[in-house]
Design a protein around this ligand. Structure first.
Ligand SMILES: Cc1cc2nc3c(=O)[nH]c(=O)nc-3n(C[C@H](O)[C@H](O)[C@H](O)COP(=O)(O)O)c2cc1C
Length: 342
Protein backbone atom coordinates (compact mmCIF):
# COMPACT_ATOMS: atom_id res chain seq x y z
CA UNK A 1 0.00 0.00 0.00
CA UNK A 2 1.41 3.44 -0.90
CA UNK A 3 2.50 5.78 1.89
CA UNK A 4 0.34 8.89 1.91
CA UNK A 5 2.03 10.75 4.78
CA UNK A 6 2.74 14.38 4.00
CA UNK A 7 4.17 17.49 5.57
CA UNK A 8 2.72 20.97 5.44
CA UNK A 9 3.89 24.06 7.38
CA UNK A 10 6.10 21.75 9.41
CA UNK A 11 3.06 19.63 10.44
CA UNK A 12 3.06 15.87 9.93
CA UNK A 13 -0.14 14.74 8.23
CA UNK A 14 -1.52 11.26 7.57
CA UNK A 15 -2.18 12.18 3.94
CA UNK A 16 -2.21 15.31 1.76
CA UNK A 17 -5.93 16.26 1.75
CA UNK A 18 -7.11 18.99 4.13
CA UNK A 19 -10.44 20.77 4.48
CA UNK A 20 -10.11 24.47 3.67
CA UNK A 21 -11.97 27.20 5.55
CA UNK A 22 -15.72 27.11 4.99
CA UNK A 23 -19.03 26.93 6.86
CA UNK A 24 -18.21 23.22 7.38
CA UNK A 25 -15.33 24.21 9.65
CA UNK A 26 -17.06 27.09 11.42
CA UNK A 27 -18.23 25.08 14.41
CA UNK A 28 -16.77 22.48 16.75
CA UNK A 29 -19.20 19.82 15.50
CA UNK A 30 -18.37 20.69 11.90
CA UNK A 31 -14.63 20.29 12.47
CA UNK A 32 -15.23 17.02 14.32
CA UNK A 33 -17.28 15.78 11.32
CA UNK A 34 -14.42 16.68 8.97
CA UNK A 35 -11.97 14.75 11.13
CA UNK A 36 -14.32 11.75 11.28
CA UNK A 37 -14.72 11.91 7.51
CA UNK A 38 -10.94 11.61 7.11
CA UNK A 39 -9.47 15.12 6.71
CA UNK A 40 -5.73 15.18 7.45
CA UNK A 41 -6.11 18.70 8.81
CA UNK A 42 -8.72 21.41 8.94
CA UNK A 43 -8.60 25.15 8.44
CA UNK A 44 -11.21 26.71 10.68
CA UNK A 45 -13.57 29.21 9.02
CA UNK A 46 -11.98 32.64 9.15
CA UNK A 47 -12.14 35.06 11.99
CA UNK A 48 -13.00 38.26 10.12
CA UNK A 49 -11.66 41.67 10.96
CA UNK A 50 -15.28 42.83 10.97
CA UNK A 51 -16.19 40.22 13.58
CA UNK A 52 -13.53 41.62 15.84
CA UNK A 53 -14.64 45.18 15.39
CA UNK A 54 -18.24 44.26 16.07
CA UNK A 55 -17.67 41.86 18.93
CA UNK A 56 -20.94 40.74 20.46
CA UNK A 57 -23.19 42.69 18.13
CA UNK A 58 -26.00 40.90 16.42
CA UNK A 59 -25.28 38.79 13.36
CA UNK A 60 -27.71 40.70 11.19
CA UNK A 61 -26.17 44.06 12.04
CA UNK A 62 -22.72 42.72 11.32
CA UNK A 63 -23.49 41.25 7.92
CA UNK A 64 -25.31 44.39 6.82
CA UNK A 65 -22.29 46.47 7.78
CA UNK A 66 -19.74 44.32 6.01
CA UNK A 67 -21.76 44.05 2.81
CA UNK A 68 -20.30 47.39 1.74
CA UNK A 69 -16.78 47.04 3.11
CA UNK A 70 -15.15 43.69 2.46
CA UNK A 71 -16.67 41.98 -0.55
CA UNK A 72 -15.55 38.59 0.61
CA UNK A 73 -16.82 38.82 4.15
CA UNK A 74 -20.28 39.81 2.96
CA UNK A 75 -21.13 36.31 1.84
CA UNK A 76 -18.99 34.16 4.07
CA UNK A 77 -20.66 34.40 7.46
CA UNK A 78 -22.09 30.97 7.97
CA UNK A 79 -25.67 30.38 9.02
CA UNK A 80 -25.04 27.76 11.69
CA UNK A 81 -27.04 27.12 14.83
CA UNK A 82 -23.99 26.41 16.99
CA UNK A 83 -21.87 29.22 15.60
CA UNK A 84 -20.85 31.79 18.19
CA UNK A 85 -20.32 35.28 16.89
CA UNK A 86 -17.59 37.69 17.84
CA UNK A 87 -13.93 36.97 18.40
CA UNK A 88 -14.35 35.44 21.86
CA UNK A 89 -16.82 32.81 20.65
CA UNK A 90 -14.58 32.01 17.70
CA UNK A 91 -11.52 31.59 19.92
CA UNK A 92 -13.44 29.39 22.32
CA UNK A 93 -14.56 27.15 19.42
CA UNK A 94 -10.96 26.92 18.23
CA UNK A 95 -9.75 26.01 21.74
CA UNK A 96 -12.30 23.18 22.00
CA UNK A 97 -11.42 21.82 18.57
CA UNK A 98 -7.66 22.05 19.13
CA UNK A 99 -8.04 20.19 22.44
CA UNK A 100 -10.38 17.48 21.21
CA UNK A 101 -9.27 16.74 17.65
CA UNK A 102 -6.28 14.59 16.73
CA UNK A 103 -5.70 16.38 13.42
CA UNK A 104 -4.10 19.85 13.28
CA UNK A 105 -6.56 22.74 13.41
CA UNK A 106 -5.25 25.71 11.45
CA UNK A 107 -6.74 29.08 12.39
CA UNK A 108 -7.59 31.66 9.74
CA UNK A 109 -7.58 35.44 10.07
CA UNK A 110 -9.27 37.43 7.35
CA UNK A 111 -8.93 41.18 7.01
CA UNK A 112 -7.31 44.02 5.16
CA UNK A 113 -6.12 46.72 7.54
CA UNK A 114 -2.81 46.61 9.40
CA UNK A 115 -3.95 47.55 12.87
CA UNK A 116 -5.50 45.91 15.99
CA UNK A 117 -7.18 42.79 14.57
CA UNK A 118 -3.82 41.26 13.74
CA UNK A 119 -3.02 41.00 17.44
CA UNK A 120 -5.67 38.30 17.61
CA UNK A 121 -3.04 36.05 16.07
CA UNK A 122 -1.61 35.79 19.60
CA UNK A 123 -4.96 34.66 21.00
CA UNK A 124 -5.39 32.11 18.21
CA UNK A 125 -1.94 30.75 18.99
CA UNK A 126 -2.74 30.56 22.71
CA UNK A 127 -6.01 28.76 21.91
CA UNK A 128 -4.01 25.91 20.38
CA UNK A 129 -3.99 26.59 16.63
CA UNK A 130 -1.41 24.42 14.88
CA UNK A 131 -0.70 27.17 12.34
CA UNK A 132 -2.25 30.39 11.10
CA UNK A 133 -3.58 31.14 7.62
CA UNK A 134 -3.89 34.80 6.65
CA UNK A 135 -6.56 35.68 4.11
CA UNK A 136 -6.06 39.26 2.97
CA UNK A 137 -8.81 39.97 0.51
CA UNK A 138 -8.04 43.47 -0.65
CA UNK A 139 -10.04 44.72 -3.62
CA UNK A 140 -8.53 48.14 -4.48
CA UNK A 141 -11.71 50.09 -5.15
CA UNK A 142 -9.69 53.26 -4.56
CA UNK A 143 -7.85 53.60 -7.88
CA UNK A 144 -4.99 55.54 -6.31
CA UNK A 145 -3.84 52.28 -4.70
CA UNK A 146 -1.12 50.66 -6.77
CA UNK A 147 -0.12 47.03 -7.17
CA UNK A 148 3.04 47.83 -5.19
CA UNK A 149 0.90 49.27 -2.35
CA UNK A 150 -1.10 46.05 -2.16
CA UNK A 151 1.99 43.86 -2.14
CA UNK A 152 3.47 46.06 0.60
CA UNK A 153 0.32 45.59 2.69
CA UNK A 154 0.69 41.81 2.41
CA UNK A 155 4.34 42.01 3.45
CA UNK A 156 3.62 44.37 6.37
CA UNK A 157 0.87 42.09 7.64
CA UNK A 158 3.08 39.00 7.44
CA UNK A 159 5.97 40.75 9.22
CA UNK A 160 3.65 42.08 11.91
CA UNK A 161 2.09 38.67 12.58
CA UNK A 162 5.40 36.81 12.47
CA UNK A 163 6.85 39.24 15.01
CA UNK A 164 4.04 38.36 17.44
CA UNK A 165 3.69 34.59 17.18
CA UNK A 166 5.87 31.51 16.80
CA UNK A 167 3.29 29.54 14.80
CA UNK A 168 3.88 28.71 11.13
CA UNK A 169 2.03 31.29 9.01
CA UNK A 170 0.66 30.77 5.52
CA UNK A 171 -0.84 33.37 3.22
CA UNK A 172 -3.91 32.54 1.17
CA UNK A 173 -3.54 34.41 -2.09
CA UNK A 174 -5.88 35.44 -4.86
CA UNK A 175 -4.53 34.54 -8.32
CA UNK A 176 -4.65 38.11 -9.65
CA UNK A 177 -1.18 39.52 -9.07
CA UNK A 178 0.85 40.80 -12.00
CA UNK A 179 3.99 38.96 -10.82
CA UNK A 180 2.87 36.31 -8.39
CA UNK A 181 6.21 34.47 -8.28
CA UNK A 182 8.02 37.61 -7.21
CA UNK A 183 5.44 38.30 -4.49
CA UNK A 184 5.73 34.74 -3.16
CA UNK A 185 9.50 35.11 -2.92
CA UNK A 186 9.04 38.38 -1.01
CA UNK A 187 6.50 36.75 1.31
CA UNK A 188 9.01 34.00 1.97
CA UNK A 189 11.69 36.58 2.77
CA UNK A 190 9.22 38.35 5.09
CA UNK A 191 8.85 35.13 7.07
CA UNK A 192 5.81 33.37 5.56
CA UNK A 193 6.03 29.61 5.96
CA UNK A 194 3.57 28.76 3.21
CA UNK A 195 1.15 30.04 0.60
CA UNK A 196 -2.30 28.79 -0.33
CA UNK A 197 -3.02 28.85 -4.05
CA UNK A 198 -5.75 30.10 -4.31
CA UNK A 199 -8.46 31.95 -2.51
CA UNK A 200 -11.78 32.22 -4.33
CA UNK A 201 -13.07 35.71 -5.02
CA UNK A 202 -16.81 36.22 -4.43
CA UNK A 203 -18.67 36.48 -7.71
CA UNK A 204 -20.39 39.68 -8.70
CA UNK A 205 -23.84 39.15 -10.12
CA UNK A 206 -26.41 41.53 -11.51
CA UNK A 207 -29.92 40.42 -10.71
CA UNK A 208 -32.17 41.68 -13.50
CA UNK A 209 -35.36 41.01 -11.51
CA UNK A 210 -34.26 42.69 -8.28
CA UNK A 211 -32.33 45.26 -10.32
CA UNK A 212 -29.39 45.04 -7.98
CA UNK A 213 -25.81 43.93 -7.61
CA UNK A 214 -25.09 40.93 -5.42
CA UNK A 215 -21.97 39.08 -4.38
CA UNK A 216 -21.96 35.41 -3.62
CA UNK A 217 -19.39 32.88 -2.36
CA UNK A 218 -20.28 30.51 -5.17
CA UNK A 219 -18.86 27.01 -5.28
CA UNK A 220 -15.98 26.49 -7.66
CA UNK A 221 -16.29 24.39 -10.78
CA UNK A 222 -13.93 21.89 -12.40
CA UNK A 223 -12.37 24.43 -14.81
CA UNK A 224 -11.14 26.58 -11.91
CA UNK A 225 -8.30 24.16 -11.21
CA UNK A 226 -6.18 25.51 -14.08
CA UNK A 227 -4.89 28.53 -12.09
CA UNK A 228 -3.71 26.59 -9.02
CA UNK A 229 -2.22 24.02 -11.39
CA UNK A 230 -0.34 26.68 -13.34
CA UNK A 231 1.11 28.44 -10.31
CA UNK A 232 1.87 25.31 -8.36
CA UNK A 233 3.89 23.96 -11.28
CA UNK A 234 5.75 27.28 -11.54
CA UNK A 235 6.50 27.73 -7.83
CA UNK A 236 7.25 24.14 -6.89
CA UNK A 237 10.98 23.55 -6.72
CA UNK A 238 11.69 27.31 -6.82
CA UNK A 239 10.57 28.33 -3.32
CA UNK A 240 11.25 26.82 0.10
CA UNK A 241 7.90 27.56 1.68
CA UNK A 242 5.01 25.07 1.81
CA UNK A 243 2.49 25.02 -0.99
CA UNK A 244 -1.19 24.29 -0.41
CA UNK A 245 -3.20 24.12 -3.63
CA UNK A 246 -6.95 24.21 -4.05
CA UNK A 247 -9.77 25.62 -6.12
CA UNK A 248 -11.79 23.42 -8.45
CA UNK A 249 -10.86 20.08 -6.88
CA UNK A 250 -13.66 17.59 -7.31
CA UNK A 251 -12.26 14.06 -7.54
CA UNK A 252 -9.13 12.13 -6.58
CA UNK A 253 -7.66 12.74 -10.05
CA UNK A 254 -7.55 16.47 -9.24
CA UNK A 255 -5.71 15.70 -6.00
CA UNK A 256 -3.17 13.63 -7.96
CA UNK A 257 -2.78 16.44 -10.53
CA UNK A 258 -2.02 19.09 -7.89
CA UNK A 259 0.49 16.79 -6.17
CA UNK A 260 2.20 16.09 -9.49
CA UNK A 261 2.30 19.87 -9.97
CA UNK A 262 4.15 20.16 -6.64
CA UNK A 263 1.58 20.86 -3.92
CA UNK A 264 2.44 19.75 -0.39
CA UNK A 265 -1.26 19.51 0.43
CA UNK A 266 -4.51 19.83 -1.46
CA UNK A 267 -7.22 21.93 0.19
CA UNK A 268 -10.87 21.48 -0.63
CA UNK A 269 -14.20 23.13 0.16
CA UNK A 270 -16.68 23.10 -2.74
CA UNK A 271 -16.45 19.34 -3.27
CA UNK A 272 -17.26 18.81 0.42
CA UNK A 273 -20.15 21.26 0.32
CA UNK A 274 -21.42 19.61 -2.88
CA UNK A 275 -21.00 15.92 -1.94
CA UNK A 276 -20.79 16.10 1.88
CA UNK A 277 -17.76 15.66 4.18
CA UNK A 278 -17.75 11.88 3.49
CA UNK A 279 -16.36 12.78 0.06
CA UNK A 280 -12.98 13.16 1.80
CA UNK A 281 -12.80 9.37 1.99
CA UNK A 282 -13.40 9.11 -1.76
CA UNK A 283 -10.59 11.62 -2.40
CA UNK A 284 -8.07 9.85 -0.17
CA UNK A 285 -8.99 6.27 -1.16
CA UNK A 286 -9.09 7.29 -4.82
CA UNK A 287 -5.59 8.78 -4.54
CA UNK A 288 -4.36 5.67 -2.80
CA UNK A 289 -5.81 3.48 -5.59
CA UNK A 290 -4.36 5.68 -8.31
CA UNK A 291 -0.87 5.57 -6.78
CA UNK A 292 -1.03 1.76 -6.46
CA UNK A 293 -2.35 1.27 -10.02
CA UNK A 294 0.50 3.37 -11.38
CA UNK A 295 3.19 1.64 -9.36
CA UNK A 296 4.01 4.51 -7.00
CA UNK A 297 5.02 3.68 -3.43
CA UNK A 298 4.31 7.06 -1.89
CA UNK A 299 2.92 10.55 -2.34
CA UNK A 300 6.49 11.83 -2.00
CA UNK A 301 7.37 9.99 -5.20
CA UNK A 302 4.89 11.96 -7.32
CA UNK A 303 5.09 15.34 -5.60
CA UNK A 304 6.42 17.91 -8.08
CA UNK A 305 7.15 15.28 -10.75
CA UNK A 306 5.46 17.45 -13.37
CA UNK A 307 6.45 20.88 -12.07
CA UNK A 308 8.18 23.44 -14.25
CA UNK A 309 11.59 22.63 -12.72
CA UNK A 310 11.25 19.11 -14.18
CA UNK A 311 9.70 20.22 -17.46
CA UNK A 312 12.15 22.84 -18.71
CA UNK A 313 12.14 26.62 -19.06
CA UNK A 314 8.59 27.70 -18.23
CA UNK A 315 8.68 31.12 -19.93
CA UNK A 316 9.60 29.72 -23.35
CA UNK A 317 7.61 26.51 -23.19
CA UNK A 318 4.53 28.25 -21.82
CA UNK A 319 4.52 30.77 -24.63
CA UNK A 320 5.10 28.11 -27.28
CA UNK A 321 2.33 25.95 -25.84
CA UNK A 322 0.00 28.95 -25.73
CA UNK A 323 0.78 29.81 -29.36
CA UNK A 324 0.37 26.16 -30.42
CA UNK A 325 -3.00 25.81 -28.61
CA UNK A 326 -4.26 29.02 -30.21
CA UNK A 327 -3.09 27.99 -33.69
CA UNK A 328 -4.64 24.53 -33.36
CA UNK A 329 -7.92 26.13 -32.31
CA UNK A 330 -7.75 28.48 -35.33
CA UNK A 331 -7.11 25.55 -37.72
CA UNK A 332 -9.97 23.55 -36.21
CA UNK A 333 -12.30 26.53 -36.57
CA UNK A 334 -11.29 27.20 -40.19
CA UNK A 335 -11.65 23.51 -40.97
CA UNK A 336 -15.17 23.28 -39.59
CA UNK A 337 -16.15 26.55 -41.35
CA UNK A 338 -14.82 25.12 -44.63
CA UNK A 339 -16.72 21.83 -44.12
CA UNK A 340 -19.93 23.72 -43.27
CA UNK A 341 -19.55 25.85 -46.43
CA UNK A 342 -18.88 22.99 -48.85
C1 LIG B 1 -19.35 29.15 1.30
C2 LIG B 1 -17.87 29.36 1.38
C3 LIG B 1 -17.31 29.88 2.53
C4 LIG B 1 -15.94 30.12 2.62
N1 LIG B 1 -15.40 30.65 3.76
C5 LIG B 1 -14.07 30.92 3.81
C6 LIG B 1 -13.48 31.46 4.98
O1 LIG B 1 -14.11 31.65 6.01
N2 LIG B 1 -12.17 31.76 4.92
C7 LIG B 1 -11.38 31.53 3.84
O2 LIG B 1 -10.18 31.81 3.87
N3 LIG B 1 -11.91 30.97 2.73
C8 LIG B 1 -13.22 30.66 2.68
N4 LIG B 1 -13.75 30.11 1.57
C9 LIG B 1 -12.85 29.75 0.43
C10 LIG B 1 -12.47 28.26 0.52
O3 LIG B 1 -11.73 27.98 1.69
C11 LIG B 1 -11.66 27.81 -0.71
O4 LIG B 1 -10.42 28.48 -0.70
C12 LIG B 1 -12.35 28.11 -2.03
O5 LIG B 1 -13.72 27.73 -1.97
C13 LIG B 1 -11.68 27.39 -3.21
O6 LIG B 1 -11.62 25.99 -3.00
P1 LIG B 1 -12.69 24.95 -3.59
O7 LIG B 1 -12.66 25.02 -5.06
O8 LIG B 1 -12.29 23.60 -3.06
O9 LIG B 1 -14.03 25.39 -3.06
C14 LIG B 1 -15.11 29.83 1.49
C15 LIG B 1 -15.68 29.29 0.33
C16 LIG B 1 -17.04 29.05 0.27
C17 LIG B 1 -17.62 28.45 -0.99
Amino acid sequence: MPTLSSRYLGLDLAHPVIASASPLSASFDGMRRLEDAGAAGVVMASLYEEQVRFEDTRYATMTEYVAGSNAEAATYFPELPDYRHGASGHIETLRRAADALDIPVIASLNGISDDGWLDLAVELEQAGAAALELNICLVPTDFRITGADIEQRYLDIVRHVKSRIALPVSVKLPPFFAALGNLVEKLQAAGADGVVLFNSIPRTEIDLDAFGVARSAALSSAGDIHLPLLWTTLLSGCVRLSLAAGGGVDGHADVARLLLAGADVVATTSALLRHGPAHLTALVEGLDGWLAENGFQSVAEIRGRLDAAHCGRPDMSMHSEYARARMLADFAFLDSARTAGS
